[in-house]
Ligand binder design. Sequence first.
Ligand code: NAD
Length: 485
Amino acid sequence: MTYPTQPTASHFINGRYVEDDGGAPIDVIYPATGAVIGRVHSATPAIIDQALNAARDAQGTWAALSGTERGRILRRAADIMRERNHDLSVLETYDTGKPYQETSVADATSGADALEYFGGMAATLTGEHIQLGEDWVYTRREPLGVCVGIGAWNYPTQIASWKGAPALACGNTMVFKPSETTPLCALKVAEILYEAGVPAGVYNVIQGLGDVGAALVSDARVDKVSLTGSVPTGRKVYAAAAAGIKHVTMELGGKSPLIVFDDADVENAVSGAILGNFYSSGQVCSNGTRVFVQKGIKDAFLDRLAQRLADAVIGDPQDPATSFGPMVSERQLGIVEGYIAKGQSEGARLVYGGKRLEREGFFIEPTVFADVTDDMSIAREEIFGPVMAVLDFEDEAEVLARANDTEFGLAAGVFTRDLTRAHRVAAGFQAGTCFINSYNDAPVEAPFGGSKLSGVGRENSKAAIEHYSQLKSVYVRMGDLEAPF
Ligand code: NAD
């Protein structure tokens, strides 16, 4: 099968596609059919070496450009990405199975936003002047060096861009390893950056499973690691980075709460719950999968939710009319089916969906459980699929305590018309990314990231600059220097 903008080899290193078929083959599977649509090879030690050397060698020259020059190139890349949005979205849909209806507005567009935003910011990155009487200190904001980006499979273009844009804006270089489940899109990001004028070696992509990621993280040439992935992987990567005292950003999993008070607008609350559970077939880290609904609004909420879910168009994700696609893989589908079975056996009430579709590909219905209690597996563990758990509650203090009673802290949302309650609850959430009367917005201008087990550091916004640069302070003495002897 051919598809637009098909990458021509497994890796992109030093400004060109590189192949080494000595690496283990990785099949690229189209989730909507289960068909193998491509094959890449895992990076061999020689490929890993080549990529890290390219990044190391290119870093000084890239950092020596002015911020304006670096930014201009990144903004050019943003423009190219937007011009090619259609083809990139088709590719993203082949890579992930997400509907084109989503990928055409949420993936390359989001990557382009990051390139544009950090491209614009590159020229504004400065140190400061600190006067100390006659003497003074100035600070230089310097890059970290070589950054490694490791991606999850749900947003391959976005993750490659969200990590690459701030890293490059600050004068770093990057070796990015996409998820083995969705290896294609990051190659296009590398291609576009190079075409826009990013010098060879500044942004490289290599393929592989966890072993390739682990080899990158523990390499002495690497100064920073940014991972998007699960908590168990985060623990391993964080520990390996700690051995080399490397900087880290960890964007990990979640089990986020979404609270709907009696006074909420039902239609908006249902929209929030749909966006926070079924977009990308539920494969979104920040999803609000524990939906706490106050008793007075519960029936109206569940009725309206069921009506709206019946309007989901499930089918060929390349068809722009389709609004709900397959799971990314057979494995992920199996995990979701396992949780649906657990939900039933642990006593939750299945009120919508729950079945695999009888068709090719990895499709499962959007699924809703009601009468879920805090101790059930579907209320405690990240499923990473389209399974909503609806829990009842009586009052604000109770629901906030229950919402926070989780080891995760990625996101949280509240629907209410009570202004002060909305802000009070948002302030009380133990989570990094919160929403009032909305869910899962991720504009590049706002910090994104988690607390507790959900992560370390922030992506996007001015905050990301702190995670891709370091300050050097330079003390300047203006007079003579005294010493004790
Ligand atoms: P995963 O943890 O299985 O894999 C993530 C990446 O880490 C992959 O590229 C994988 O090859 C690599 N990896 C695995 N073991 C490694 C090791 N020992 N050293 C280095 N790299 C290693 O996650 P996944 O299944 O691809 O993605 C789903 C998870 O990602 C979910 O938990 C989800 O919540 C999380 N996620 C988080 C965010 C966020 O921004 N917080 C965004 C998307 C996904």
